[in-house]
Design a binder for this molecule. Structure first.
Ligand code: FES
Ligand code: FES
Length: 343
């Protein structure tokens, strides 16, 4: 069904089935990719939007909450060409690096700024929030680049009124695109024919998993991600991946894959794991060594003797001679190897 809403001051129509999350509709239907989808679980804050001025996690908010509401995304925080004081402050104090978390911080930070200003008035001098207050206000946001120092400084300066007027000198050249949601990342590009993938993960820490469906029950695009023994050894371990032409379809298909998960005994408490009779993750050391790789990342392209010796020594550019394998008492004591000069 079609509903109407106002997004960044413009009337927009929404085609909703009732099952969509707000962030998906904003990104995929409205094309406003400044709002990011990261954790999809209400943890990181990257998807934050304002609905009638109140910040909300777009990944947890049903799209129907936007019907007949005033929705603001990061693209609507500036007043035309005039950046919001919080956007200017992030630019001046370099409250960002990759910028992927930045839209969420800006949208929530702008709401906090408005509340601070309403509470403390428009005339200088006005107080600035302390770090504890800023941390509390933005507690729902994670920055993986750890730009927190700049974010603290930016929020304090904006609330103080340092950026109410005038231009700003960005600390980094790509800053303006990142604080306004204009920066384009790989996940923001939807070329024709692109498929969206969703990974089906184990809900429990130990289980034997049956085969993937075959015949008519088998989705068109599905791949098996389990090792040969078809055993999962941690909650969240990838079991399979499906692909579809939309993220919503991929999620729906992944949720419907009829895969049998037979739980095995497990413990997750360290003391219980050390107790006699605790269920092992691997039967013995040999089984551990022979186990197929269940890691989601590539294996390190180097041999390890043990966790004290570290990886094999590597060539150091500009160095000719011998590099000690280890300065400590690890397994590589005394061994060395000749390395060639770098370029
Ligand atoms: S994507 Fe919504 S909170 Fe992380
Ligand atoms: S700037 Fe990279 S995650 Fe925050």
């Amino acid at each position: 069904m079609t509903f109407s809403t106002s997004v960044n001051g413009e009337k927009r129509d929404l085609d909703l089935s009732g099952h969509e999350a707000a962030v998906d509709v904003i990104r995929e239907q409205l094309g406003l990719t400044g709002t990011k989808l990261v954790c999809a679980g209400g943890v990181c804050g990257a998807c934050t939007i304002q609905i009638d001025g109140v910040p909300a996690a777009g990944c947890l908010t049903p799209a129907t909450a936007m019907v007949d509401a005033e929705v603001t995304t990061v693209e609507g925080i500036a007043d035309g060409d005039e950046l919001h004081p919080v956007q200017k402050a992030f630019l001046a104090h370099d409250g960002l690096q990759c910028g992927y978390c930045t839209p969420g911080f800006i949208v929530d930070g702008a709401a906090f700024y408005d509340g601070w200003r309403a509470e403390h008035g428009d005339s200088a001098p006005r107080p600035e929030p302390d770090r504890h207050t800023i941390a509390g206000a933005l507690a729902g946001h994670l920055c993986r680049c750890a730009a927190y120092e700049g974010i603290y400084r930016a929020m304090a300066a904006a609330c103080r009124g340092d950026f109410d007027d005038g231009p700003v000198e960005p600390a980094r050249i790509d800053g303006p695109a990142k604080v306004t949601g204009q920066a384009v990342y790989t996940a923001d590009v939807y070329p024709d024919g692109v498929l969206h993938a969703v990974i089906g993960r184990s809900p429990i820490a130990a289980a034997d998993v049956g085969p993937l469906p075959s015949g008519n029950d088998r989705p068109e695009w599905i791949i098996d991600l389990l090792p040969e023994d078809r055993r999962v050894r941690y909650a969240g371990q990838a079991m399979f991946a499906v692909a579809a032409e939309s993220l919503a379809d991929a999620r729906r298909i992944a949720a419907a894959v009829p895969v049998e998960v037979r739980p095995r005994p497990f413990v997750i408490d360290p003391d219980e794991a050390l107790a006699d009779g605790a269920p092992p993750v691997y039967e013995d050391r040999a089984a551990r060594k022979l186990a197929p790789n269940s890691s989601e990342g590539p294996m390190l392209p180097t041999r390890w003797s043990n966790n004290r010796a570290g990886p094999e020594p590597h060539a150091v550019p500009g160095h000719v001679g011998q590099i000690p394998r280890s300065q400590g008492t690890g397994g590589g004591v005394g061994r060395s190897r000749r390395v060639a000069a770098g370029n």
